[in-house]
Design a protein around this ligand. Sequence first.
Ligand SMILES: [Zn+2]
Length: 189
Amino acid sequence: MEWQKGPLTTDQTDVWISRFQRESKLYVWGFFVLLHPIVFGIIWWSTGELNRDVFLSLGSFSLVTFILAILSRRRTATAWSGVVTDKRTRKRRVRVGANADERTEFRYEVVVETSRRRNLTLRCLPAFFEYVNGGDVLVKAPGFDWPEKAELDQDHRVCIACGDILDAADGNCRRCGVPMLDHASIVRV
Ligand SMILES: [Zn+2]
C-alpha cells in the first residue's frame, strides 16, 4: 500500500487515522470472506465428494476464524494507557530444517500495567524492547496495535502500526511505510 509522505501535521493525522482504521477493518473482514472459497475447495478436494461433512468442516472452520477475527479486532480497537512494569527476554531453542542444529532465539517481552490494573504482555521487536524503559507511560490509540510513549524522550518514535522504532527524522516507517503521525494526536485517547 502506498502511504502519504510523513511526518503528518495534526489535521493530516486525524484524517489519516480514520482512513487507516476503515481500511484495516475492511482488510480483516475481506480476508475472512476470501478465505472461505479456498478452504471449501481444500476440504472438498480432500474429502473426495461433496457431502454433509464438507459443510460441517467448513462451518466449524468459519466459526473458529470468526471468533479469532473478533478477538483480534477487539484487541486492536481498544485504547489504553499504562506503565511499563517489567521487561524480559525469553530464550527458546529452535530447530531450523529437518537435520539442522538447534539454535537459540530470543523472545522480547514488555509488561504493561494499564490504568485499569490489567497486565498486558507485549511480545515485541528488539528495537521496541530497547526503546521503552521501566516506569515509562505508554498510550495505545484505538485501531492500532502498538503504543507510544506519552512523553517522548528521544529522537525516536514507535510505528504504532507495526511496532518498529524509527528515527524522528525518517518521515515514514522503513518497515511498513506508515507515515509518522503527530505525537499529540496519537496519545490523546
Ligand atoms: Zn511500521
